[in-house]
Design a protein around this ligand. Structure first.
Ligand code: ADP
Ligand code: MG
Length: 247
């Protein structure tokens, strides 16, 4: 599904990703953990194609295609979903409008027919129910006045509607109480745990991994993967800290 090889990337001319190798096979959930400033969010942005993030070396193959050759919207249409550490607020645009526009833009670029208003509302309600979110909330402007937990649940609803092949979720667990954490975990499992989908879960706590059991855990430090292991590695990190494990 995702194959990153010798990736180097800079932000504002500063090298942040420095020789990163990572393979996420189809059907697997991989977690990336690591200290603050390691380059976790930068990696997510580089994969999403955010402007200002420059790849200086290496390659990324996504579902057999050269990901880095695609524009951000083409990456999304190809089935890449990026969940943000800090979801943006968009005053004046309702969440439902935003979701419907996003979905239909993707459908058009895949040569599929647009979803009618009725069919879309049905889909949105179904996904909101799955995440324990009142669909009425989606009539409000995107993320405006949403609590941290509501933003993350709404993002999971968005993921359910977009139905991506690969979800890269950056600190989806930050600022969540236990109920919201469970809801998000359940959302990831029910939407993305499938033989034809993969997840890259960026987190620095073990607790989300109690709900979303990863197949592999990687430690990102100073711009590269310094250790990989099974789910037990997350527990080891929690006990001993990054300094010990990444040394
Ligand atoms: P993490 O998500 O692992 O905490 P980040 O990817 O956010 O780390 O940041 C990695 C490094 O890149 C940090 O040293 C950070 O200060 C730097 N960095 C991130 N964004 C920018 C930017 N826009 N301009 C300059 N430096 C940046
Ligand atoms: Mg980050």
């Amino acid at each position: 599904m995702l194959e990153i090889s010798n990736l180097h990337a800079t932000v504002a001319d500063k090298p942040i990703i420095r020789g990163l190798d990572l393979v996420v096979p189809t059907g697997e959930v991989h977690a990336i953990m690591g200290p603050n400033g390691a380059g976790k969010s930068t990696l997510a942005y580089v994969l999403g194609g955010r402007p200002g993030y420059k790849v200086t070396d290496g390659s990324v193959s996504f579902d057999g295609a050269d990901l880095l050759a695609l524009e951000p919207h083409e990456r999304a249409a190809a089935g890449l979903f990026l969940g943000f550490q800090y979801p943006v607020e968009i005053p004046g645009v309702s969440y439902l409008q935003f979701l419907r526009e996003s979905l239909n833009a993707q459908r058009r670029s895949r040569g599929q027919e647009e979803l009618s208003g009725g069919a879309f509302i049905k889909l949105a309600k179904e996904k909101a129910a799955l995440l324990g979110m009142d669909a009425e909330m989606l009539k409000r402007p995107v993320n405006v006045g949403f609590s941290g937990g509501e933003k993350k649940r709404a993002e999971m609803v968005q993921m359910g509607i977009m139905d991506p092949k690969l979800a890269i979720l950056d600190e989806t667990d930050s600022g969540l109480d236990i109920d919201a954490l469970k809801a998000v975990g359940k959302g990831i499992n029910s939407i993305m745990r499938a033989p034809d989908k993969s997840v890259l879960l960026i987190t620095h706590y073990q607790r989300l991994l109690d709900y979303v059991k990863p197949d592999r855990v990687h430690v990102l430090s100073a711009g590269k993967i310094v250790r990989s292991g099974g789910p037990e590695l997350a527990h080891e990190l929690e006990r001993e800290g990054y300094a010990e494990v990444a040394a």
